[in-house]
Design a protein. Structure first.
Length: 171
């Protein structure tokens, strides 16, 4: 499995992401769909990865920098053929490691509350994400579940992550 930074130009990546957005819009009210579009995924504060094996696209995901020490997982998706084969877990572990390497103290995400999103919530829970209040620009929404994971327990700098909000808004 190869996980690498992607520029979102490959037709199979475009197809996977367009299907992702269509599916989200089919199960979530429009005001509660927070997925980034292609323009949003290409912003400088976003890093997008694709997962491939022997050239076949298995999945994708991104991290958006919210602040100096806080990142948000965006656009996590696996292809239908790759579901329940460890692809999402491998990608999530890669993104957690990359967030640490970039100096993030916290990694957060928003996902849906509908039954459709139960496997995603279970994956995030398995990787140590806890439920939290809305962070960044998010507002309370009955269709949104907010989760976060502290990445650094004792920072090596003089900054104290404990002085920030529980959701890490200022990190």
């Amino acid at each position: 499995m190869d996980i690498s930074i992607d520029d979102l130009s490959a037709p199979d990546v475009v197809e996977l992401l367009e299907g992702h957005i269509r599916e989200l819009r089919g199960v979530t009210p429009p005001e509660s769909v927070h997925a980034l579009d292609f323009e949003g995924l290409r912003r400088p504060e976003v890093t997008f990865w694709s997962v491939r094996e022997r050239g076949e696209l298995l999945g994708c995901g991104a991290i958006q920098r919210l602040g100096r020490r806080h990142g948000e997982i965006k656009s996590m998706r696996t292809s239908v053929a790759a579901q329940r084969k460890g692809v999402a877990g491998a990608l999530l572990q890669h993104m957690i490691s990359e967030a640490r390497r970039r100096g993030f103290w916290r990694l957060s995400l928003e996902t849906g509350t509908e039954e459709f999103f139960a496997p995603a919530r279970a994956l995030y829970e398995k990787f140590g994400f806890d439920y939290c209040p809305p962070f960044g620009d998010y507002q309370e929404d009955p269709n949104s579940a907010f989760m976060t994971r502290l990445l650094v327990l004792s920072p090596t700098t003089s900054e104290d992550p404990g002085r920030h909000s529980a959701a890490g808004d200022r990190l």
